[in-house]
Design a protein around this ligand. Structure first.
Ligand SMILES: NC(=O)c1ccc[n+]([C@@H]2O[C@H](COP(=O)([O-])OP(=O)(O)OC[C@H]3O[C@@H](n4cnc5c(N)ncnc54)[C@H](OP(=O)(O)O)[C@@H]3O)[C@@H](O)[C@H]2O)c1
Length: 322
């Protein structure tokens, strides 16, 4: 079955999704983290072009201003649909402030696309003393999501449709399970602060496995608590972007898909009515917009609850809770 496997990995052979199939999103509000660049910018473009208001949550205002200028040059009608909130995922204190700013200004939030990320970065601890790839890709998004949960919940009550949390994972979530020297584990800070190996790929894998477990656990909890907030995770494909700046893979980027196709699965997950009709909450999507079985670790209920509980303990310890 070589072709489907290649399709799942890269998206280059992916078919079956037409962005024009997504109905108008007018009246809805979304947040896209890192929504000024790469896949995030393309996601912002799809959502705002389909009528939604999009808040770009990024750490550098000048980059967001530039992205908004570009989008408005392409389509002047987007000018009143795009705004900015400062979000630096490497600081838990700043993540709390960002979410509090959103809650103070917004009356609804239909979807949150947890898109920002770093890949294979050198080993570094954040100001909170947490391995940077784990914090930027996962823990910062976990806290951001928890803080926004009441607004997401309130919106779902009003619209009668689940609000959505989309977590950007990666095919790379597989690597940690194949790594011979350690297994995925989320019982303590020491677990997630492991160096593993010098390239940073296994730490990236740990963070992207976390994105899948986060979606599954959020969904599982919603089913038992009656929450109307639901989640999916997405592997966008191998996509040309700045993400590869810490790696030697930049040269391969010519074979990758562009950011627009890279945003197909995120756009589908955030906005397609089919997701609700099919009830595929908690699923892991691969290019384009196809549900795929993950690794054994991605399906591990204990890992998912351990990760959720660890995030809660770390947030309590570092910034006094949600
Ligand atoms: N490209 C691929 O082939 C691929 C494959 C699988 C999964 N993904 C996932 O897709 C997502 C988007 O990646 P991309 O390819 O679009 O990469 P990208 O172009 O490098 O975009 C990454 C985004 O994350 C933001 N970011 C990084 N550190 C941050 C921080 N501390 N706080 C807030 N924002 C921060 C960046 O903002 P700055 O401009 O400020 O750095 C940028 O907006 C990532 O989660 C990635 O893991 C990508």
């Amino acid at each position: 079955m070589p072709i489907p496997v290649v399709s799942d990995i890269s998206g280059n052979c992916g078919t079956g999704f037409d962005p024009a199939s997504i109905p108008s999103q007018q009246g809805k509000v979304f947040i896209v983290t890192g929504g000024h660049a790469g896949i995030g910018l393309a996601t912002t473009r799809f959502l705002s072009s389909s009528g939604a208001r999009v808040i770009i949550a990024s750490r550098t205002q000048t980059k967001v201003d530039e992205a908004i200028k570009q989008l408005v040059t392409e389509d002047a009608s987007l000018s009143d649909r795009l705004s900015y909130v400062k979000l630096d995922l490497s600081s838990l204190k700043q993540v709390k402030a960002a979410a509090e700013e959103v809650v103070s200004k917004e009356g609804r939030l239909d979807g949150l696309v947890n898109n920002a990320g770093v890949m294979a970065a050198p080993y570094e601890l954040t100001e909170d003393g947490i391995e940077s790839q784990f914090q930027v890709n996962h823990l910062g998004h976990w806290l951001f999501t928890q803080k926004l949960m009441p607004l997401l919940e309130k919106t779902a009550e009003t619209t009668g449709h689940p609000s959505r949390v989309i977590n950007l994972s990666s095919f790379a979530h597989n690597f940690i399970s194949a790594y011979p020297l350690a297994s995925p584990s989320f019982t303590s800070l020491a677990d997630v602060n492991r160096t593993f190996e010098p390239t940073g790929w296994i730490r990236y894998s740990q963070a992207k496995l976390s994105a899948i477990l986060f979606s599954r656990e959020l969904n599982r909890r919603a089913e038992t608590s009656g929450s109307k907030v639901r989640s999916l995770s997405v592997h966008p494909g191998f996509v040309r972007s700045d993400l590869y700046k810490h790696t030697s893979l930049s040269v391969l980027q010519r074979a990758f898909i562009g950011p627009e196709e890279g945003a197909y699965s995120s756009f589908y997950a955030a906005a397609s009515p089919e997701v609700e009709e099919k009830g595929i909450w908690g699923a892991y999507l691969v290019p384009f917009a196809k549900v795929k079985q993950t690794t054994k670790a991605g399906d591990d209920a204990k890992l998912a609850t351990d990760l959720w509980d660890l995030c809660g303990r770390l947030v309590e310890e570092k910034v006094g809770g949600i």
